[in-house]
Design a protein around this ligand. Structure first.
Ligand SMILES: [Zn+2]
Length: 369
């Protein structure tokens, strides 16, 4: 394979929530505007007008103000720094929830294709040759969405490093200075969208990476009802791993087997009726395939072994290393945007800008105090 060396942009966001937001907004003004246009186009594809999407986004602003004031202040900073209206910044930060909120009819909701694909893993220290726990994933999403790695420095919460989309406060793949890390997979269940105006997932993700203990991170995801479903795999430096299949009012909890935990885009636990395999049937191949690649070995795993598993092309182009599928217009723009391997002990995300068969991993470590 040809290796190239694109690198994700990295920006340090420090100071008050407003300072962090303004820095984010000023640095990525053009990218934030472009992301708003791309999601409005995507919403339009599902029959959600720009007017309707913005109407729903405006309803999330007071909700976020009330439940997460620092997050709301950082969103306002992004708006002020970028010149993008606050409603459009809110639209990005509540993009999962808005997709479902626009639909009143359950049959319409299950016909949507809005959800991030992805294949995730967690490894306990006993199965890695460095004796350290790791988590990671391939994040498969629209090829034209602008993303960057942010180093967040905070006075009243742990510093962390995380991947985010330009305009979104809460990172979705990252680790903090306490060695708590998260990865994310899209899920769809029949219960999605019954209660639209719940705390958005991206707000919860910021709380996950603000956690000082693993149980706090779990609580941020589960303490209140959700508008839709998501899968979050959490790990800690203490060598604990848990996967949460989160549905609007319930959740399944999965733990490692033989030191390995894997997940893709279908429910593995008993709660809820999974929907995403109807539109991403490859999820049923990717999850067990990644598990086998990580377990069918005589030796413990090196980081190189993990990278090779994430470069797997069985069932190409809808493989673990996902590529654009020109045969399917609905999915043709989805590919592995970022492959990430998180060392929970070193508090470091090693990530690619593009499919890992073509791109090199670069390290992004949490800032020390
Ligand atoms: Zn590839």
């Amino acid at each position: 394979m040809t290796q190239c060396n694109p690198k994700l942009d990295y920006v340090t966001l420090s100071g008050s929530p407003r300072d962090r937001g303004v820095t984010h907004g000023e640095r990525f003004a053009a990218e934030i505007k472009a992301n708003v246009d791309r999601y409005l186009a995507k919403f339009s594809h599902y029959g959600i007008s720009a007017e309707r999407a913005r109407e729903l986004a405006c309803k999330f602003i007071p909700l976020i103000n009330e439940t997460a004031p620092a997050y709301a202040t950082e969103m306002q900073g992004i708006a002020d720094g970028s010149g993008v209206p606050l409603a459009d910044v809110a639209l990005l930060n509540a993009r999962y929830e808005i997709t479902y909120g626009a639909y009143a009819d359950a049959a319409e909701k299950t016909s949507l294709r809005p959800t991030d694909g992805c294949t995730s893993f967690g490894l306990r220290a006993t199965v890695t040759n460095e004796g350290r726990p790791y988590i990671g994933q391939n994040w498969d999403w629209m090829s034209d969405i602008d993303v960057f790695m942010m180093g967040v420095e905070q006075s009243n919460a742990p510093n962390h490093v995380a991947l985010t989309e330009a305009g979104i406060v809460g990172g979705k793949i990252g680790v903090n200075e306490n060695g708590i890390g998260m990865t994310l997979n899209g899920l769809v269940s029949t219960a999605d969208g019954e209660q639209t105006f719940q705390t958005p997932y991206h707000v919860r993700f910021r709380d996950v990476l603000n956690a000082t203990r693993l149980s706090q991170a779990i609580g941020a995801l589960l303490e209140t009802n959700r508008a839709c479903s998501a899968n979050v795999l959490l790990g800690s430096e203490d060598n604990e791993l848990i996967d949460l299949e989160i549905l609007p009012q319930s959740a399944n909890y999965l733990y490692p087997s033989d030191g390995v935990l894997t997940h893709a885009n279908h429910l593995k636990g008993p709660e809820g009726e999974s929907q995403l395999e109807r539109i991403l049937p490859d999820t049923l191949c990717r999850e067990p395939r990644l598990r086998r690649l990580l377990t069918d070995r005589c030796d413990t795993l090196s980081v190189t072994d993990i990278k090779n598993a994430l470069r797997d092309h069985v069932d190409h182009p809808t493989s673990i290393c996902r590529h654009q599928n020109s045969a399917d217009p609905e999915q043709e723009r989805s590919s592995t945007r970022v492959s990430a391997i998180i060392d929970l002990t070193a508090k470091c995300v090693s990530a690619t800008a593009g499919p890992p068969c073509q791109a090199t991993y670069h390290n992004y470590a949490v800032s020390e105090r």
